[in-house]
Design a protein around this ligand. Structure first.
Ligand code: HDD
Length: 756
């Protein structure tokens, strides 16, 4: 690797930009003229992912690898040119009639540069504008051809390249990652038979049942139109006005007010296809299917107080987490599980499988794990890939088909349509990240930004001049499932069972642990306390009154309101009483990867005991966690033995909410120094409040006392996530500390309001 600091200590070119010297522009500063041996294209490459030109990624593993070579550009060792390839002599100054004269119209170099710049931005996505993405592959565990002919499931071990984009929904492109919101979970499979997009969310149900209401929903949740506030938040009048008038939102609101809406990481959340889809085998026989993604790291979330503080500390928290995990070789992995059931089974369910506000409880149809997805490469370029990727529910392949879910039916139209304005025309499928890896041949032609150079004079079918090509694939191609049609008059309406708005909301509530229930109450209380129009709060309570008495009582008392009469039900049908479904709790899937990739702060100051610092560091690293040494300033602190201990980040720039755990090593002088720094006191206090693991060694314990951190749980019992030890027993204490990190949080610390 080239030492950039040594090669480019300053801009050696500056002096040549002024006065007489400007008449003969210098070549410009680059690795080639600073250090002739360092002209390799990888000169400025700093990230660890394999790139073309610097170690090719393995074929058959990453999306579009081979085909992207055509468009990958690497400027290492190259001279600067215009878009027409004309070498640019001077990239510092516009062309003027004299040194102090006016800029000339003929300066095509300036005009090309500025014009291109002026058009750099494209419209952001109307929803899901904020997102992050990665390449990877899907690997099938088995041959699923008995139920589907979809190419990714053709044989055990088959790998299909994927590109996955995670997102928030409401916020604009530059909004923060850790807002309370649904997360998008969109997967593009580049299959042998065309692209299949599974455009899902991290919540298995949706707010509305019919695409007709989508623009209303989005208008309600987006910043209010008169003053463009609030950004990336549902906690405002228009959202709750709409929600409280639309009882079908109740089930998804329960999920959205739960910790599902504040995931710890994109790597620790589930994904769902939401709708009921169909799988179709080669004989044309179809079954119903729900898609689930299960993260190997388990499901973990933030707490709301923490999520809000992260917005200030690192608005890119989830983007950074995904990027760093992949760069460090900790590839996020998710298993794909299917719920497969027949139409006859579906007819027995106490809900309608075409209703996107309903789940199919796992007790009714268990999950069948059919494959895994590994995300192993970051994009080369955010705009070219993450921004320009176009997902579309209409992108299905032979072996997959739609159902009549009226929300899905509307989506099939919406996604293609939105790309036409967002990406500037009908040829967005030719943008490299969107193009299939299998051949594309048809008679579609022209349009804005056409890339393909279609040969020959035939662009119609049938033809004889082109030998009849491209020819129809017949039964080998995509054929829609034959369905029994019920004859009825045309109608705008919904099936009767769609009117059950509360049974599954109650099922969700009753399936949560007490901690999760308390967080749901907190979610509703916070959001509704931001609603300024009191009748909206009351109307929302009248919906909650149909879900559960404990829930509505707690939310109402948090808002200082009496519990109103329940909203009238929209149906007189007898409604199902579901038994609780344990997998609906986030705690049900803790994951099996221990403390891998967890971020741990080690607080240091002068006089810290270097031995305990090194022991903590080594022990965390050995189990795959990421320790960070945090001090008052950058540089180094002096350990008790006189050694220099380098500081990686400062208490000021790396607040506690960015870490999963904290360790305070031994050292009296260090503990005193940290005790005099409110950043350090806040650090341990917030780690405690957010229920995270804390390790204090020897004199480090003094910091906890100074910060007012209690030594036991609120009920007086020992706190297993607060590990105190003498230096001699550090090895045992580290085992307990790491167990506490693996457990994610010690929820029993929580009180409402927080005591610390
Ligand atoms: Fe949607 C984007 C997921 C309902 C219309 N949607 C979008 C994305 C995700 C979802 C993950 C971002 C894709 C990306 O990363 O580029 N949407 C869902 C889910 C839904 C849903 C899980 C319900 C089950 N959406 C839905 C409806 C409509 C749309 C009912 C319209 C009738 N969605 C869009 C859109 C977007 C979009 C306007 C905006 C940007 C884009 O498509 O490419 O067309």
């Amino acid at each position: 690797a080239i030492d950039l600091a040594a090669q480019f200590p300053y801009n050696a070119n500056k002096e040549g930009e002024h006065g007489e010297a400007a008449r003969t522009p210098r070549e410009g500063q680059h690795a080639g003229n600073v250090a002739p041996e360092a002209t390799a294209s990888s000169a400025a490459e700093t990230n660890a992912s394999p790139k073309v030109g610097a170690g090719a990624p393995p074929l058959g593993v990453n999306a579009n690898d081979g085909s992207l070579d055509r468009v990958r550009a690497d400027a290492g060792g190259q001279r600067l040119t215009t878009n027409q390839g004309v070498p640019v002599g001077d990239n510092q100054n516009s062309l003027k009639s004299s040194l102090r004269g006016p800029t000339l119209m003929e300066d095509f170099i300036l005009r090309e540069k500025i014009t291109h710049f002026d058009h750099e931005r494209i419209p952001e996505r109307i929803v899901h504008a904020r997102g992050s993405a990665a390449h990877g592959y899907f690997e099938s565990y088995q041959d699923l051809s008995d139920v589907t002919r979809a190419a990714p499931f053709a044989q055990a071990g088959k790998r299909t390249p994927v590109f996955v984009r995670f997102s928030t929904v409401a916020g604009e492109r530059g909004s923060a990652d850790t807002v309370r919101d649904v997360r998008g979970f969109a997967v593009k499979f580049y299959t042998d038979e065309g692209n299949w997009d599974l455009v899902g969310n991290n919540i298995p149900v949706f707010f509305i049942q019919d695409a007709m209401k989508f623009p209303d929903l989005v208008h309600a949740v987006k910043p209010e139109p008169h003053n463009a506030m609030p950004q990336a938040a549902s906690a405002h009048d228009t959202f709750w006005d709409f929600a409280s008038l639309m009882p079908e939102t109740m089930h998804m609101l329960m999920w959205a007010m739960s910790d599902r809406a504040i995931p710890r990481s994109y790597r620790t959340m589930q994904g769902f296809g939401v709708h009921t889809f169909r799988l179709v085998n080669a004989e044309g026989v179809s079954v119903f299917c729900k898609f689930h993604w299960l993260p190997l790291l388990g499901t973990h979330s933030l707490v709301w107080d923490e999520a809000q503080k992260i917005i200030g500390a690192d608005p890119d928290f989830h983007r950074r987490d995904l990027w760093e995990a992949i760069e460090s070789g900790n590839y996020p992995e998710y298993e794909l599980a299917l719920q497969i059931f027949t139409e006859d089974q579906a007819n027995q369910f106490p809900f309608d499988v075409l209703d996107a506000t309903k789940i199919v409880p796992e007790e009714l149809v268990p999950l069948r794990k059919v494959g895994r997805m590994v995300l192993n490469r970051n994009p080369d370029n955010f705009f070219a890939e993450t921004e320009q990727v176009a997902f579309c529910t209409a992108h299905i392949v032979p072996g997959i088909d739609f159902t009549n879910d009226p929300l899905l039916q509307g989506r099939i139209h919406s996604y293609v349509d939105t790309q036409i304005s967002r990406l500037g025309g009908p040829n967005f499928h030719e943008i490299p990240i969107n193009s299939p890896v299998c051949p594309v041949h048809n008679n579609q032609r022209d349009g804005m930004h056409r890339q393909a150079v279609n040969r020959g004079r035939v662009s119609y079918e049938p033809n004889s001049l082109g030998g009849g090509c491209p020819f129809q694939a017949g039964m080998a191609g995509f054929t829609s499932v034959r369905q029994q049609q019920v004859t009825e008059d045309k109608v705008r309406g919904k099936p009767e069972l769609f009117a059950d708005h509360y049974s599954q909301a109650r099922l969700f509530w009753q399936s949560q642990t007490p901690t999760e229930q308390a967080h749901i109450v907190g979610g509703f209380r916070f959001e509704l306390s931001k609603v300024m129009v009191p009748p909206i709060r009351e109307r929302m309570l009248s919906m909650l009154a149909n879900v559960d008495a404990t829930l509505v009582n707690a939310v109402a008392s948090g808002l200082g309101l009496p519990v109103p009469a329940p909203q009238p039900l929209a149906t007189s049908l007898p409604l199902p009483a579901y038994p609780p479904s344990p997998p609906l709790s986030l705690m049900a899937r803790p994951g099996e990867q221990g403390i891998k990739t967890r971020q741990v702060a080690i607080l240091v100051a002068n006089g810290v005991d270097g031995d305990s610092v090194r022991a903590i560091q080594a022990s965390l690293l050995a189990d795959g966690a990421v320790p960070h040494i945090i001090g008052g300033t950058l540089g180094a602190v002096q350990g008790a033995a006189g050694e220099a201990i380098p500081v990686e980040r400062t208490l000021e720039n790396a607040p506690p909410v960015l870490f999963d755990a904290v360790a305070v090593p031994d050292g009296e002088q260090a503990a005193r120094a940290l005790g005099g720094d409110a950043h350090a006191l806040d650090f341990v206090r917030l780690q405690y409040r957010h229920c995270k693991a804390i390790l204090v060694v020897g004199q480090g314990t003094a910091l906890l006392a100074k910060a007012g951190v209690p030594a036991t749980l609120p009920d007086g019992s020992p706190d297993p996530a607060l590990v105190g030890t003498e230096p001699a027993d550090l090895a045992d204490a580290l085992v307990a500390f790491k167990q506490a990190i693996a457990n994610h949080r010690e929820w029993r610390r929580e009180t409402d309001p927080p005591a610390v």
